[in-house]
Design a protein around this ligand. Structure first.
Ligand code: C2E
Ligand code: CA
Ligand code: CA
Length: 721
């Protein structure tokens, strides 16, 4: 009894000292062998993974025997131990030589010199077999009951050792997981008071274990959540044993952060709650990248305004609310005037700087509930929520336009002025859906542009009809070039003194199958806007040059051909080369060609125009300023351009001799041209009186109905050559 007690103490000490299982089982075996000389002990342990029996300790048995037994599969009839492990029963084999369980092992038993084997299984608390405790003897024999009781005690001690060593290993693994987990873990009792935390908890919250032990986990509360939030959380834990969600907490350093938190109830063997475990992940990074993505998807990076996507969804919302409350709302479509010119002449970085400065200025003046966003390019949209009266939308439009009156300072130090045209549509009058309202505002914006820019217009049904017509016209215009529906008419230019024919102006006509002969005023502005003027203008130049070349070759007088150019053509980077190519291809001598520009085209392009006109002049052709007097060019400015001719606008000729003002202007232009050594042509001369006046003033040449309307080429040749 005493030695049994000593053995127990030794085993427990060994367990506390973290002895390995092999050492513990060896100790148990040797102690029993000492108590009972003449026996040899073998402890086999059942492997958790493959279920086979492996030698845990057998200090007095030869190695060859242990090796042969290693890996024994528990099964009835498979030796004493295989049988006892499989059945959970004690197996007594009195004489190995005669016992069928030993058939497979008889020979090695013989070699090891053993004749009897008694095997007692040991189990864990749930009754699962953990291994076998076997006694071998050299002579056939059976144990007494006292012997069996003693062996049973040692078997139980072996079972205890196996269980404890395994549980320790598992605990160490768990502790490693707990400590090394990237998730913060906190364990509390039911109070709840913190009983333990892991390293990640400290990393996330900034609190050390000693600072939180015994405290309520609510020490992390940020104050961002309502008491209701926590009530719902605890209710869920009480009812389901579990809660999961996102929660704002506060770190030790005061910083508030979002975390994902899972709280679970730990229960004892009877299902009674004993602890809570909280597992938390810091999701501030995740939240930040979510927010960044959200911003990228919904805000324009340049101006930081809502982008098209967000604008559309805001408008959708505003309309839903307006419908529910029977309220009005308005959409303002804002398009900058001549932004392209700024972008082209000052460069895109300047354009970008202007857009963001402008966005800041406009944003600052709107009500909180109104939305300003950027649709793209130089187009902005303003959504006015809770509009009391339609006039309010007009007031906002006026405010916006006035805000732009102050120039913008660019980072380069330059100052630029920019205007805007604004179209307004109203919910519910002008449309009930997002698409309808934006389209209506867009149409109204175009109207504002047409009516002089830097102004606003409300949408009307009439506007829609006009917009539709424009669209239809554009479609037909696109087909016109391919279908050869364009023709050129020619109008003679005559020298005032000698009455001789000195040239002609080529004027474009559209022979439309639907509308007959369409005058250029009705389609050229649209062609300019859509860019169609580029191919059309090139067609005009090539055809007119070819026509004059044909006439000259056929022996016509030496004429100069005037061709009108549009601003858009002049903005093409390679247009000078294009003119040169056409002259080359048609074979027309360059000094027979005169290009007509308007003042505004020159003003718009500024100093750049001077350089380009100079290059053009090197081709040896002539340059004329059309519609002169209607623009704002100063004399000093004009002097810098390499031009040959001024063309007095028809409006100053029309009211001669009724309007003395016009007569003075016409006379002044002629005098000025002389001073600048430019020739002057008057256009729109319809009466002899007008011609006489111009002649007296010294005007060099004229064109007008008095001599001829513009006429087709064939007719021109018949009448004048
Ligand atoms: P514009 O260059 O000022 O052309 C003169 C216009 O005055 C022509 O109108 C001509 O028919 C008209 N006209 C000539 N004499 C008289 C007259 O005695 N009395 C009156 N009432 N009118 C007269 P049209 O042909 O309708 O052309 C209108 C405008 O269209 C032109 O004005 C020009 O700016 C533009 N345009 C015409 N052809 C072309 C072209 O090939 N390219 C470009 N870019 N523009 C063109
Ligand atoms: Ca002209
Ligand atoms: Ca003109």
């Amino acid at each position: 009894t005493e030695q049994l007690r000593d053995t127990r103490i030794a085993v427990l000490d060994g367990l506390n000292a973290n002895w390995g299982l092999k050492v513990l089982l060896d100790e148990i075996s040797r102690r029993l062998e000492t108590i009972r000389p003449g026996i040899r002990v073998s402890i086999l342990v059942c492997d958790e993974r493959d279920g086979r029996l492996y030698t845990g300790a057998a200090p007095s048995l030869p190695d060859f025997f242990n090796t042969a037994v290693d890996g024994l599969v528990p099964a009835p009839g498979s030796g004493s131990c295989g049988t006892s492990a499989a059945t959970g029963e004690t197996v007594i084999v009195r004489d190995i030589r005669e016992h069928p369980f030993w058939d497979a092992y008889r020979e090695i038993a013989e070699q090891a010199g053993i004749r009897a084997c008694w095997s007692i299984p040991f189990e864990d608390s749930t009754g699962r077999v953990l291994g076998t405790f076997a006694i071998y003897r050299d002579e056939p024999s059976e144990p007494t009951q006292a012997e069996l009781d003693l062996i049973g005690e040692f078997a139980r001690l072996s079972g205890l050792a196996v269980q404890r060593v395994r549980a320790d290993a598992r605990l160490r693994q768990m502790a490693a997981v707990f400590e090394n987990s990237r998730e913060g873990v906190v364990i509390t009792d039911l109070t709840p008071r913190i009983l333990g935390i892991n390293r990640a908890y400290t990393e996330i919250t900034g609190y050390l274990e000693k600072e939180v032990l015994g405290r309520n986990p609510s020490l992390l509360k940020s104050g961002r959540q309502e008491p209701m939030f926590y009530q719902a959380m605890w209710q869920s834990i009480r009812e389901t044993g579990h809660w999961q969600g996102e929660i704002w907490n506060r770190r030790k350093n005061g910083e508030v952060y979002p975390q994902m938190l899972t709280i679970s109830t730990v229960r004892d063997g009877d299902g009674r709650p004993t602890h809570y475990v909280g597992v938390m992940t810091d999701i501030s990074q995740l939240k930040q990248s979510e927010e960044r993505l959200e911003r990228l998807a919904h805000y324009d990076p340049l101006t930081d305004l809502p982008n098209r996507l967000l604008l559309l969804s805001r408008l959708e919302h505003v309309l839903e609310r307006a419908e529910r409350h029977c309220q009005q709302a308005a959409v303002l479509f804002v398009d900058l005037d001549n932004f392209k010119v700024i972008n082209d002449s000052l460069g895109h970085p300047a354009g970008d700087a202007l857009l963001s400065a402008l966005a800041r200025r406009l944003r600052g003046r709107l009500r909180e509930e109104d939305t300003l966003g950027r649709l793209g390019g130089d187009e902005f949209l303003v959504i006015l929520d809770y509009l009391e009266r339609a006039e309010h939308a007009a007031t906002v439009a006026e405010v916006l336009i006035r805000l732009l009156e102050q120039p913008f300072g660019l980072p380069s130090g330059q100052e630029v002025h920019i205007g805007a045209s604004i179209g307004i549509s109203l919910y519910p009058d002008d449309g009930r859906t997002v698409t309808e309202l934006i389209k209506a505002a867009d149409i109204a914006m175009y109207q504002a542009k047409e009516q002089g820019r830097n102004t606003y217009r409300f949408y009307t049904a009439g506007l829609a009809a006009a917009a539709n017509q424009r669209l239809a016209l554009e479609a037909r215009l696109r087909r016109a070039l391919a279908n050869r529906e364009f023709v050129l008419y020619y109008q003679p230019q005559i020298r005032t003194n000698t009455h001789e024919l000195i040239g002609c102006e080529a004027l474009l006509r559209w022979q439309s199958p639907e509308d007959g002969l369409v005058p250029p005023d009705r389609f050229i502005p649209l062609a300019e806007e859509t860019g169609l003027i580029l191919p059309v203008g090139e067609w005009v130049l090539r055809n007119a040059c070819a026509q004059l070349k044909t006439w000259l070759d056929a022996g016509s007088p030496p004429l100069v051909l005037a061709v009108n150019l549009s601003a858009r053509q002049m903005r093409q980077p390679d247009w000078i080369e294009r003119v040169a190519t056409i002259l080359q291809e048609t074979g027309l001598p360059p000094d027979c060609l005169k290009l007509e520009f308007t003042e505004s085209m020159l003003m718009e392009q500024g100093d750049q125009a001077i350089a380009r006109l100079q290059t053009l002049k090197e081709l040896n052709l002539k340059l004329s300023i059309d519609d002169f007097g209607t623009g704002y060019s100063s004399l000093a400015y004009l002097k810098r351009f390499p031009i040959d001719e001024l063309k007095i606008d028809r409006s100053f000729v029309r009211d001669i001799p009724e309007d003395p003002n016009d007569m003075e202007i016409a006379a002044a232009i002629i005098a000025m041209a002389r001073n600048l050594k430019l020739s002057v042509v008057a256009e729109g001369v319809e009466t002899q009186e007008q011609l006489d006046f111009l002649k007296r003033q010294g005007c060099d040449a004229w064109q007008g109905y008095l001599s001829s309307r513009p006429i087709p080429a064939a007719e021109f040749a018949r009448s004048f050559f």
